[in-house]
Design a protein around this ligand. Structure first.
Ligand SMILES: Nc1ncnc2c1ncn2[C@@H]1O[C@H](COP(=O)(O)OP(=O)(O)OP(=O)(O)O)[C@@H](O)[C@H]1O
Length: 608
């Protein structure tokens, strides 16, 4: 993944500060004040110490008025120096919490605004989203504290350099010059660190994927059956070792550079000390001057190397922050309707007119001029071979993607002119790849109509329609039983009431009940809703769905041709278009693809 180059580094810094200010204005203000106080304190303490020592060497009694005041001030400076880091660390953690909470909220709000699935199906985008989720979101807090830390370090360093200048301009200049190699080395290491970060990021993500896979309960069966656990573990460790080797190379560079710069710093400090002691011996400097000089040399070196390291870390955080900015600045994934139309209860029907679709410009066409009319109040079944494009058509009807060419009309209105949320409120759907939520049975169904999630009667009615009421009411806590084996606490771990696992077919009925939660939806899409049900259940559920769907428009996709036999019309999708359309009897008489598929299935049941 390349780094985000759209935002200059100062722009990112400004946005990070603005974010901190919005998330926690008081904490940011306090942190700035405490940081500034803390940065001036070492310089003030050094001057106080010089004055006390000079007083002692010139025979001023510590108990005298001036001497006592100096001592008291020195003690206060010491107390503040001891307490301030704790206050600063508390404020920093608080700022991190506030900024992270706000930026998390912003990122997830943004994700929820995506109208279509296009971004979720783009691996490059997902990679970037993961970066924004993993690190970019926590970066603003790091950026703010690093920026404030930089200002504080600058104040300390400048305070000491000025102090040193007053004692010996030559020494001050020498010391500043001795920092230059440290700064250069740190900047070099900073850019190497950023490079390593980009090299290891994909490795760490893959490693994370393998780690999750090996411990995943849904993957456990296949991993054991195919014996692929060690295969994935080896891949995980290979990625781990590669990322470790990049980090080790960087650590070695750091070690070498750190040792060299420490040597240079120690040599500069030693020379300054020797010079000051010699000057004090000759009477050119006082004892207080020597103590000031020692404090200044140590203070400048510490704050300078701290400063450069802070800059390097800030730079790193800002690189990650770029991914966060990229996500939150994204435009809508589909243009807003120019003349938005409100969706009306379906009266006439839904028309798919000459729809062409492919998932990307270089992907093959999935739909090539598909046309179909679904009249209001009718049930239309769609059949077709694997990969024919049935689920794709469902995605277009729900507006998870827009047709590349052609259009879909809801009572004559192009669905692109209807706000997607309004359209979806009129559609109920059960997808082939439905979701399993680690929620209670009641919530698993109730989220089909969030506004009525607590309406127990409605949830029960939906469960009855889907033929799962008997199973759910017999669970340890009835509808309140958690449909999961994820434990919420250690104590609950052995409690059978904590959660249960349903069978595949039972889960499918729960998903079906979720799709049937809303009475008032006037278009029901069922994509393989009964594939996991036993024949008896399939027949029973099919009968109930037919009753439920009698007053509304339904689209039923299935490979089990027996369950769409009674549909008002059956469409066969092949080669990207609807090639046959009619009732079961009409299609059987036409002796085309449908008749062939039906005969094959019937043969399968009857046998040779
Ligand atoms: N997100 C996607 N990105 C790229 N191609 C896709 C995506 N989803 C589906 N396809 C491709 O589109 C084609 C149609 O897939 P679709 O899932 O619509 O078929 P289907 O008729 O529902 O098949 P099945 O009966 O197996 O469920 C397939 O060739 C598939 O590889």
């Amino acid at each position: 993944m390349k780094q985000e180059t759209r935002y200059p580094i100062f722009h990112r810094g400004g946005r990070a500060l603005a974010l901190a200010h919005r998330a926690a204005p008081k904490t940011t203000g306090f942190l700035a004040v405490v940081g500034l106080l803390g940065s001036g304190l070492p310089v003030v303490a050094a001057w106080l110490m010089k004055a006390v020592l000079d007083g002692i060497s010139s025979g001023v009694a510590p108990a005298s008025g001036g001497g006592m005041l100096l001592l008291v001030l020195l003690v206060f400076a010491g107390v503040f120096s001891a307490v301030l880091p704790h206050v600063k660390s508390y404020l920093k953690e608080e700022l991190d919490r506030s900024v992270s909470a706000r930026s998390y909220d912003t990122v997830y709000k943004k994700i929820n605004q995506f109208v279509t699935l296009a971004r979720f199906e783009d691996p490059k985008f997902l990679d970037r989203l993961r970066l924004a989720q993993q690190a970019g979101v926590t970066a603003p807090g790091a950026v703010v504290t690093a920026l404030l830390g930089s200002v504080a370090g600058l104040v300390t360093a400048c305070g000491f350099i000025v102090s040193l200048w007053l004692l010996s301009p030559v020494l001050a200049v020498t010391l500043v010059l001795s920092i230059v190699p440290v700064a250069l080395v740190e900047f070099y290491l900073g850019s190497r660190r950023a490079e390593v970060l980009h090299l290891v990021a994909p490795l760490q993500r893959r490693e994370f994927f393998y780690r999750e896979l090996i411990a995943n309960n849904r993957a456990a069966k296949e991993l054991r059956l195919y014996g692929t656990g060690d295969f994935f573990r080896q891949r995980m460790m290979a990625d781990r070792r590669l990322s470790d080797s990049h980090q080790r190379a960087l650590a070695r560079k750091k070690l070498g550079a750190g040792a060299l710069t420490a040597l240079a710093g120690a040599a500069a400090a030693g020379l300054a000390l020797a010079w000051s002691v010699r000057s004090a011996w000759k009477g050119e400097l006082t004892v207080g001057d020597v103590s000031m000089l020692i404090a200044a040399v140590a203070g400048v070196q510490t704050s300078a190397s701290g400063l450069v390291e802070t800059f390097a870390r800030t730079h790193e955080s800002l690189i990650l922050f770029g991914h966060y900015l990229f996500i939150i600045d994204l435009d809508l994934d589909v243009p807003a309707p120019v003349r938005p139309r409100s969706v009306v209860p379906l009266r006439w029907g839904i028309e798919i007119r000459d729809v062409w679709f492919r998932y990307s410009d270089d992907a093959p066409w999935v739909l090539e001029g598909a046309s179909l009319f679904i009249p209001h109040g009718s049930t239309v079944g769609i059949v077709g071979k694997n990969g024919a494009g049935k689920s794709t058509l469902v995605k277009l009807l729900c507006r998870f993607h827009d047709p590349t060419r052609g259009a879909i009309y809801w009572d004559g209105v192009d669905i692109r002119d209807i706000p997607a949320g309004d359209l979806r409120r009129r559609i109920g759907a059960v997808f082939q790849d439905f979701m399993f939520y680690d929620l209670s049975a009641a919530e698993n169904i109730g989220i089909g109509d969030v506004e009525r999630i607590s309406d127990g009667d409605r949830v029960r009615k939906a469960a009855e329609l889907a033929g799962i009421h008997g199973v759910l009411s017999g669970l340890p806590l009835g509808y309140q039983t958690l449909l999961s084996r994820i434990f919420f606490s250690e104590e609950d771990k052995n409690d059978p009431k904590t959660g249960v696992m349903l069978s595949g077919g039972q889960w499918q009925r729960v998903a079906l009940a979720r799709g049937l939660m809303r009475d008032e939806r006037d278009f029901l899409i069922l994509d393989e809703p009964t594939s996991g049900l036993d024949p008896e259940a399939e027949k029973e559920v099919g009968r109930r769905i037919a009753e439920f769907g009698a007053s509304r428009t339904s689209l039923l996709i299935t490979h089990r041709l027996g369950s769409i036999r009674e549909s008002d019309a059956i469409a066969v999708l092949a080669g990207g278009r609807i090639v046959e359309l009619g009732t079961h009897d009409e299609l059987i008489s036409a002796a085309g693809t449908y008749a062939e598929l039906f005969a094959m299935q019937a043969d399968g049941y009857v046998g040779p």
